[in-house]
Design a protein around this ligand. Structure first.
Ligand SMILES: Cc1cc2nc3c(=O)[nH]c(=O)nc-3n(C[C@H](O)[C@H](O)[C@H](O)COP(=O)(O)OP(=O)(O)OC[C@H]3O[C@@H](n4cnc5c(N)ncnc54)[C@H](O)[C@@H]3O)c2cc1C
Length: 422
């Protein structure tokens, strides 16, 4: 008897996490990817303008991102994440030129707010209590209606933290998503908020080892294989149409759709999903970071928000960046470099640069869009969804994408137990 199959469509992190969790199990796994490479919105490529490998976007993780770390452990890649041994974030305020280091203590009891050496300068311990209002369970609402979105602490801590996590101006973002991020990281103490980056690049840490893991376990991976249509019959997905070939599904075969929401909507009739997106702009400069440059620097009161120092390269992230999409690339490079030069104290003209504008980087983390996220299961018995845009309870992040893939895999494994499928 042929093995029952799971067809995973989309080899971004959600699809890869699904396949990694199911690989080596009783079902045959086939991964279909429209592009010629895996990774989706989380990938590296060679940039000829810089003559360097770069990531499509600088990706920051926190040590509390459990699903991401489980995935990396599974594929033997956890040591590829680099970060300080303790939670520590360097900041500079471009308006006042002040510099400080935010250092939450390791345990859950947040005594760091009582230390002027660890908290945000110009704030007092009782300012931090305002965050509690966000953590009271209740109806989802814009963050700006739940907590104060002004003042020094907001500008220097809560806004940068939530903007990075939600990719949406915090005042208009979903309070539930903001609270979920706090509960999984900051509320667990500094141990859960160490900043981590994929030191050798996203593909070397997340993608290549996952593909290798799948290959060793007999998973078939088909690149350049875009799913065009799903045929449905008797409340099930019955066939997958890839244009040049059609895969007929056995009644007990499963399909995991791990494509972006706009692609999923075209494939599943009546599917509700987020429709509003936010851009992220990244800039890369080919120049050696100065010796004293922190690996990650938060910038307040500037256009740039985060500066990452890599060997031979400085890279910038700007979230919720739709306002910059129409700015000419040359003008943007000059403007961003002026700020980078100021915060790093590099007195040099614009070095070789690259700007990457990801227009639909993430769905907008607003109350309305959060309410449009579907769960893992669908109305079709053998079709499940994965992706950072499904109802993970988290914003669109690596952690959310991988968690969605784990949930899809677990749902399939559970249905096999229920059906007693081989
Ligand atoms: C610039 C940028 C910066 C970011 N920064 C961070 C960060 O700092 N921290 C963080 O945690 N997250 C960050 N993110 C978010 C993170 O990258 C995403 O949440 C995650 O990569 C989404 O993975 P996914 O698998 O859900 O979707 P995707 O990566 O979009 O994967 C979907 C895959 O499906 C494929 N596909 C589409 N249609 C079809 C089809 N019809 N048939 C077959 N395949 C198809 C696509 O080619 C793609 O490979 C950032 C994202 C961007 C863009």
């Amino acid at each position: 008897m042929n093995k029952l199959a799971v067809h995973v469509v989309g080899a971004g992190l959600a699809g890869l996490a699904t396949a990694v969790r199911l690989a080596g199990g009783p079902r045959e796994i086939v991964l279909h990817e429209a592009a010629r490479q895996a990774g989706g919105r989380c990938r590296s490529f060679y940039d000829p303008a810089l003559g360097l490998m770069i990531d499509n976007g600088n990706h920051l993780l926190l040590s509390g991102n459990h699903d991401a770390r489980k995935f990396l452990t599974a594929i033997g890649s956890e040591d590829q994440l680099a970060g300080p041994p303790e939670a520590e974030f360097a900041f500079v305020d471009l308006a006042t030129k002040e510099r400080w280091r935010l250092r939450p203590n390791a345990g859950r009891l947040p005594w760091w707010i009582f230390s002027s050496l660890r908290r945000v300068p110009g704030t007092g311990p009782f300012d931090y209590i305002g965050l509690r209002r966000l953590l009271v369970p209740g109806k989802d609402a814009p963050v700006g209606t739940v907590m104060r979105c002004d003042g020094l602490l907001y500008e220097r801590l809560w806004r940068p933290f939530f903007l990075a996590a939600l990719n949406t101006e915090p005042a208009e973002a979903s309070s539930r998503l903001a609270a979920a991020v706090v509960l999984e990281t900051l509320a667990r103490g500094g141990r859960a908020c160490r900043p981590l980056v994929a030191a050798p690049g996203l593909s070397a840490a997340f993608i290549a080892p996952a593909l290798d893991y799948l290959d060793k376990r007999g998973v078939t991976i088909r690149f350049d294989h875009r799913l065009r249509r799903i045929e449905f019959a008797n409340g099930q997905a019955a066939a997958l149409d890839f244009g040049d070939n059609t895969v007929q599904l056995d009644a007990a075969d499963k399909v995991v759709l791990a494509v972006p929401p706009y692609a999923a909507r075209g494939l599943v009739p009546g599917l509700q999903s987020p429709e509003d997106y936010r851009a992220i702009v990244n800039a890369h400069f080919k120049i050696a970071p100065p010796k004293n440059c922190p690996a990650i620097l938060g910038i307040v009161n500037g256009t740039i928000e985060w500066l990452f120092a890599f060997p031979g390269r400085l890279a910038v992230t700007i979230s919720d960046a739709d306002r910059l999409l129409d700015v000419a690339r040359e003008e943007l490079a000059e403007r961003i470099w002026a700020e980078v030069a100021e915060v790093t104290r590099i007195e040099k003209p614009l070095p070789p640069w690259q700007i990457i504008k990801e227009k639909r980087a993430t769905f907008a983390a607003t109350v309305a869009e959060n309410a449009r996220r579907p769960g893992t299961g669908t109305a079709y018995a053998n079709l499940v969804l994965a992706g950072d845009w499904t109802a993970t309870g988290l914003p669109a992040t690596i952690e959310g994408a991988i968690r969605s893939g784990h949930r899809a895999a677990d749902l399939i494994a559970a249905s096999r137990l229920r059906q007693g499928a081989a």
